[in-house]
Design a protein around this ligand. Structure first.
Ligand code: FE2
Ligand code: FE2
Length: 264
């Protein structure tokens, strides 16, 4: 089976870019399962109900979130009701939503979970409450949830934290992909022939912003210490960032990981 995993879809340009490329890929490939990081889907901050429904129309199987999980309050109206939206598992236990989902796909159990990093993560996170160790939480999940395939979105800033996690869980988690930096890394590989790994899938949205935001706003912040109102870049060149992981139908072993990065 082939699993398409798309990096952080950011605002309007990200949504358009996602829809167009999903169609193109599906015309050429036999994609069985689609996972998208959707934490920036709605105006760069969060995922409202309308955009959740739009993902469903596009036949997305699982949506992961991140530090922006609850920024659009609309999510609180549906996150506990749906069974395919995942927020970080190492958020406090009483945080809205689920840290993992197990989906039955053609007789196979596919468990998708998300963890959030602990290094260089910003204040947004602190509002959620105490963040547990991603390593401990992943171990707990592997010991308590039966599954044929485990897929982890490690949403983190520090490359070192993600790489260490990848090594530690080689052979235990089948696919480990990083998100959050919005920049695709060129280190996709299968570690020890067991675990498909990439430090960051990258983002889907504007190429000429600063990780999705209008560049002038961020430059003004950094150069002049100003604090202009946040605004996504929705014009100009776009980037589509994704990976496709191939899994052997008989053995459930990962066979291949390839990166996709399209600018147009
Ligand atoms: Fe993001
Ligand atoms: Fe993030």
């Amino acid at each position: 089976m082939e699993i398409l995993i798309v990096g952080d879809v950011f605002s309007k340009l990200g949504r358009e870019t996602f829809e167009k490329n999903l169609k193109r890929i599906k015309e050429k490939r036999n994609i069985n399962f689609v996972i998208v990081n959707g934490e920036n889907t709605t105006h760069g901050r969060g995922l409202n109900l309308g955009h959740y429904k739009w993902y469903m129309e596009n036949k997305v199987n699982v949506i992961t979130l991140g530090n922006h999980s609850y920024q659009n309050k609309s999510i609180l109206t549906y996150i506990n009701e749906v069974n395919n939206v995942v927020r970080p598992l190492n958020f406090p236990d009483n945080a809205p939503g689920k840290g993992y989902v197990t989906i039955n796909y053609n007789g196979k159990k596919i468990t998708v979970f998300q963890l959030i990093g602990t290094i260089f993560m910003n204040g947004e996170l602190m509002k959620v409450g105490e963040i547990s160790s991603p390593f401990v939480k992943a171990e707990e999940l592997l010991n308590s949830v039966e599954s044929d395939i485990y897929i982890c979105d490690f949403h983190a800033e520090a490359t070192s934290e993600k790489i260490a996690f990848g090594h530690y869980f080689t052979g235990k988690i089948d696919v480990i992909f990083g998100t959050h930096t919005h920049v695709q890394t060129s280190d996709a590989r299968i570690i020890n022939n067991e675990t498909a790994y990439i430090t960051d899938v990258g983002m889907t949205g504007a190429l000429d912003g600063v990780i999705g935001v209008k560049k002038d706003i961020i430059i003004d912040r950094l150069v002049n210490k100003k604090n202009q109102v946040f605004s996504p870049e929705d014009k100009g060149l776009s980037q589509f960032s994704a990976i496709i992981v191939e899994i052997d139908d008989k053995t459930n072993q990962v066979k291949k990981i390839e990166t996709i990065f399209i600018v147009e």
